[in-house]
Design a protein around this ligand. Structure first.
Ligand SMILES: *[C@@H]1O[C@H](CO)[C@@H](O)[C@H](O)[C@H]1NC(C)=O
Ligand SMILES: *[C@@H]1O[C@H](CO)[C@@H](O)[C@H](O)[C@H]1NC(C)=O
Ligand SMILES: *[C@@H]1O[C@H](CO)[C@@H](O)[C@H](O)[C@H]1NC(C)=O
Ligand SMILES: *[C@@H]1O[C@H](CO)[C@@H](O)[C@H](O)[C@H]1NC(C)=O
Length: 186
């Protein structure tokens, strides 16, 4: 009798575990609800037009601080830029204006000029008008391609996570068009 009960119990547990694949802690009486399906991955491309200050008066990225006695430049450790770049729909600087890329870029590589990027894409036109997307991460020195994290956003990008690929199109230059490919999930 008790052996039979034990067998029935063991079979019950076995079937519940077999039929409830979503959790390692299947209950004995019902399958817990499965986790919500994750959203599909979305991708879009925008272009950030950045002019690093040096001799131009139409700058969008300006070095506000750096090491005393050293030049302030995108390759000098310690240089701290504040950015208010344009976001455009295509690589052409005269294409549709979608918003601004605002934040800071810090040269954090003692050698090699790696950059810490902390930028918010602020959309004021187009599909994502009224939304922001926050990018954070360590970028290779220009002109290499870099990946940084999408750490969040607002409105269309609330709860977004993913990454952005930053591809400078102008080689080593102070006037940059950065192809920005954003891949995210909500
Ligand atoms: C800023 O000026 C430079 C040189 O005068 C020019 O090459 C560049 O296209 C300008 N950048 C923007 C964003 O207007
Ligand atoms: C910026 O200009 C200053 C002097 O005007 C110069 O010393 C410095 O090397 C320049 N930086 C870059 C990145 O060209
Ligand atoms: C973007 O959204 C704002 C606020 O809703 C609106 O006032 C503005 O007209 C929109 N701009 C464009 C270009 O659609
Ligand atoms: C962005 O959000 C607005 C309103 O919240 C919505 O109408 C629009 O369809 C969304 N756009 C995209 C591309 O998801």
């Amino acid at each position: 009798m008790s052996a039979l009960r034990a067998l029935v119990f063991a079979l019950h547990v076995f079937f519940v575990l077999a039929l409830c694949p979503h959790t390692p802690r299947a209950t004995f009486f019902f399958c817990p609800p499965p986790p919500p399906p994750s959203s599909p991955t979305n991708t879009f491309v925008v272009y950030v037009q950045a002019t690093f200050a040096n001799g131009t008066n139409n700058f969008t990225a300006f070095p506000v601080a750096g090491i005393n006695g050293k030049e302030f430049s995108v390759t000098q450790f310690g240089t701290f830029y504040v950015d208010d770049d344009y976001i455009t729909a295509t690589a052409s600087p005269t294409s549709a204006m979608l918003g601004r890329s605002q934040g800071t870029i810090t040269v954090t590589g003692l050698v090699g000029g790696r950059l810490q990027v902390s930028l918010t894409l602020v959309f004021t036109s187009g599909l994502y008008n009224g939304s922001t997307l926050v990018l954070l991460g360590s970028a290779n020195p220009i002109p290499q391609v870099a990946q940084v994290a999408v750490v969040g956003g607002t409105n269309n990008f609330t709860f977004a996570t993913g990454f952005a690929e930053l591809q400078p199109l102008n080689g080593v230059a102070l006037n940059q068009v950065i192809k920005t490919t954003v891949t995210y999930k909500i």
